[in-house]
Design a protein. Structure first.
Length: 211
């Protein structure tokens, strides 16, 4: 079994959690939601002795994907996103880049993944969970081995993501959390796109939006 560790950096004006999931045996890291400051993300990994081997996007809003293409250029790591998010990634208005970054950012993933797909990257197994509601193609990445889920803006500590952006739906978001995340083991750590980490057990009991 691989020795897996996690770490995070807070990046960009909107304080996005950029997460690392690291296979310490290989010194290879997967990066989730590099929203900005690609050079800082690469430098941090370099200081730790990690090679960035994959870039995974939980959704296509600019504060989460704004640094992805630059990080790919710096590291040659491929970018993964849910297939349903492709239109958002390609639209500078609905992906909010014109508002957040004050410039148009459009991009393509190298691989578009689907709900339920199992990925093995750098010896790390991930399951893709489609969780629409914040965006139409939002998803979470679950790593059973590390006992964690990278939740983007689907689930926060005591809250859920906004649903008032284009393509958002609160009823869909609540259904996503209940049907895709709450069935995970209670002790699963939830690594959200903003704010503090939490657990599935805590959110089941105390989250006012979904409990």
């Amino acid at each position: 079994m691989a020795h897996l560790t996690t770490a995070s950096l807070t990046v960009g004006e909107l304080a996005v959690n950029c997460w690392f999931l690291v296979n310490e045996d290989r010194k290879e890291a997967l990066v989730f939601d590099p929203g900005d400051e690609a050079e800082r993300i690469r430098s941090y990994a370099e200081q730790k002795g990690w090679k960035i081997a994959g870039i995974l996007l939980t959704h296509g809003h600019a504060d989460h994907m704004g640094g992805a293409e630059e990080l790919k250029r710096l590291t040659e790591a491929e970018i993964y996103a849910l297939a349903e998010e492709e239109p958002l990634l390609k639209n500078g208005k609905t992906n909010l880049s014109v508002f957040i970054m004050r410039r148009v950012i459009t991009m393509e993933a190298d691989e578009y993944v689907r709900d339920g797909q199992e990925l093995t990257l750098s010896g790390i197994r991930l399951k893709v969970l489609r969780t629409p509601g914040h965006t139409p193609g939002g998803c979470c990445f679950y790593c059973e081995e590390a006992g964690c889920v990278f939740a983007g803006d689907t689930l926060f500590q005591g809250s859920v993501g906004r649903s008032d952006f284009p393509g958002g739906s609160m009823s869909e978001l609540v259904r996503s959390v209940k049907e895709k995340l709450f069935p995970l083991p209670d002790d699963t750590k939830v690594y959200p796109g903003h704010g503090e980490e939490t657990t599935i057990a805590f959110e089941k009991q105390y989250n006012p939006f979904v409990s």
